[in-house]
Design a protein around this ligand. Structure first.
Ligand code: OXD
Ligand code: MN
Length: 595
């Protein structure tokens, strides 16, 4: 180990994990920090690190009256989003990573990144951040340790995970923990790499300070490494929200739902039912990730591995997501949003008048009417789950919650009806595997182009996508009471380009049909491609929507579906030989049914 300077904190006496100690020593030898701080997750530590972050300009304190305990951070303008093209799965063979991932051989990746990590923490503090993904003491949960030279990362990890001494307590003497290494370097995009080594349960990330690339418990561990572990150990790590829907008689049913980005996943997870649904409640278990296992009762049980929300700020307001607005009122961190004159945050589509003057996300003066966005389109809030007025009381339950329905949803102007129930598990897996979403103006590139995003996992599946589908299919043999699988589309449009469904809180009406179908309490209409609601099956009272519009929203158009099946060929070709035969047959069967 490098000689430790006097201000180095030794490993906590109650955390005698010798494996972590050895690994930290090895990394310190490579990165040569000035000092090492072993984080304990205490309030005192939070206070000390926050003060340090403020004094070094990493965090800017917000108006304590309006937003107590909240801070703004601005990232380097070249470092504002996940970098899919610089994200690698480092398995021994390229085939294991599959056609949808970037691949680098493990030795090549370790060698390449070791050169970048060499001496990278000179003059800096190395933080050792122990954390748990999942409820404390849960059989679902995994321990990770992230080494980072960024105080911003430590403070975000403290919100997003169960961080500190609890993790050492859970780990005990075990060597079974994820080893995550992060160094900010000089933010040169040419030195930016996010490498995953599933076989070593290791992640190395360098050259970025942006959340999704550096909060290693989230996308890297909970999804990429998690999906690999799920395949190996017989469970599912999914890009899904989890919510409970409570009926007026107090019954709560749970669903998990996968949507690609920009489809309103956080809004759905925190939805407030419309007035028509008096006595109904939605309880948020998670807004982004679900880990699901088969319980001893034969049902599928899910936990949210996270402990906070890392949500997109623009578009969030008291109409789209009142609960999120409340969640971020205190003890939250904001990244790349705009700043008001009275030191509060602002972003596009926030409630109320657009302020005359702001400081934009890059710290520059901004005036109303400017063609540039004040907040970065991918600006974020990091907020503790416990702030959420709709947090489920089961969020910390080590056993998780039983899932009755799985929902896949995308943004599709045509073809996909408002809601469609699959015939069975394999058909549901096929519908999820073919999930697609049309690109929006928020992303670069052409608008309205269909991108296949199977199970919303395209950027997050840590191994071969064809094998991932096979794993999903094989789960059927393990689940005695499988959740029913549904496809939803809030974004279907009429001939004039107008949305056919109002969306937001009104999605509650669709959710009710889904749950009623899952418990076989309501009817539907069998079509060639699955079950859809009949007129009257979904309560439309109080809604400004005609029977004809509803019919259009739920219509199965044979020609559109034929085109859809033809378009799927490109994706089948991409996945190639690992695409499971049952999914090919599902497509053939649908084609035959459409004739
Ligand atoms: C996220 C994402 O940040 O999916 O959750 O990109
Ligand atoms: Mn996500």
């Amino acid at each position: 180990m490098t000689a430790l300077r006097p201000n180095t904190t030794p490993p906590p006496p109650s955390a005698p994990n010798k494996h972590a100690e050895q690994w930290v020593a090895q990394i310190a030898k490579m990165t040569q920090p000035d000092s090492i701080v072993w984080c304990d997750g205490s309030r005192e530590e939070k206070k000390r690190l926050t003060e340090l972050a403020v004094s070094t300009g990493v965090l800017h304190p917000l108006n304590p009256e309006k937003r107590p305990g909240c801070y703004l951070s601005r990232s380097n303008p070249n470092d504002v989003a996940r970098v899919e093209h610089l994200t690698f799965i480092c398995t021994p063979t390229k085939e294991e990573a599959g056609p949808t991932n970037n691949w680098m051989a493990p030795k090549e990746a370790y060698d390449k990144l070791a050169k970048l990590f060499e001496g990278s923490m000179k003059g800096k503090t190395m933080y050792v951040v122990p954390y748990i993904m999942g409820p404390i003491g849960s059989p679902f949960s995994k321990v990770g340790v992230e080494i980072t030279d960024s105080v911003y990362v430590v403070l975000n990890m403290r919100i997003m995970t169960r961080m500190g001494q609890v993790a050492w307590d859970m780990l005990g003497e075990s060597n079974d923990f994820n080893r995550g290494l992060h160094s900010t370097l000089d933010l040169d995009p040419n030195k930016r790499f996010i490498c995953h080594f599933p076989e070593d349960n290791t992640i190395w990330s360098c050259g970025s300070g942006y959340g999704g690339n550096v909060l290693l418990g989230k996308k890297c561990l909970a999804l990429r490494i998690g999906s690999y572990l799920g395949k190996k150990e017989g469970w599912l790590a999914e890009h899904m929200l989890i919510l409970g829907i409570e009926s007026p008689d107090g019954q709560i049913s749970y669903v998990a739902a996968a949507f690609p980005s920009a489809c309103g996943k956080t809004n759905f997870a925190m939805m407030i039912p419309p007035r028509r649904f008096e006595g109904w409640r939605i309880w948020t278990v998670g807004d982004d990730i679900a880990w699901m296992r088969v319980g001893s009762d034969g049902r599928l049980w899910a936990v949210n591995p996270e402990n906070g929300y890392f949500g997109v700020a623009p578009g969030t307001n008291h109409k789209s997501n009142p609960n999120a607005m409340k969640t971020m009122e205190k003890d939250s961190l904001f990244t790349n949003v705009a700043l008001t004159k009275d030191n509060d945050v602002w972003w596009e589509e926030m409630d109320g008048e657009v302020p005359e003057e702001l400081t934009d996300w890059q710290g520059r003066p901004w005036k109303k009417g400017s063609t540039e966005k004040a907040a970065h389109p991918n600006s974020r809030f990091t907020a503790p789950a416990t702030n959420n007025p709709s947090i489920s009381r089961e969020s910390d339950n080590p056993n998780g919650v039983p899932i009755s329905a799985i929902i896949f949803g995308g943004r599709r102007a045509t073809t996909i009806p408002l809601v469609l129930q699959s015939f069975n598990w394999a058909h549901g897996v096929y519908l999820g595997a073919m999930l697609g979403s049309e690109t929006t103006a928020a992303a670069t590139g052409k608008v309205g182009v269909l991108r296949r995003d199977p199970m919303a996992m395209l950027p997050f599946c840590g191994y071969n996508m064809g094998d991932y589908f096979a794993h999903w299919l094989s789960m059927r043999h393990k689940i005695t009471y499988p959740p029913k699988i549904f496809l939803v589309n809030w974004f279907r449009k009429d001939e004039d380009g107008k949305f056919l469904w109002p969306g937001y809180g009104e999605n509650m009406r669709v959710l009710k049909w889904i749950v009623d179908r899952a418990f076989v309490r309501i009817g539907g209409r069998e079509t060639a491609v699955g079950w859809v609601p009949r007129e009257g099956d979904i309560d439309l009272s109080g809604l400004d929507i005609t029977a004809e519009t509803f019919k259009k929203a739920t219509d199965i158009n044979v020609d559109e579906w034929k085109t859809e099946l033809d378009n799927q060929q490109e994706f089948f070709d991409l996945i190639g030989p690992t695409m499971p035969e049952p999914l090919r047959l599902q497509r053939d069967l649908l084609r035959a049914m459409l004739k």
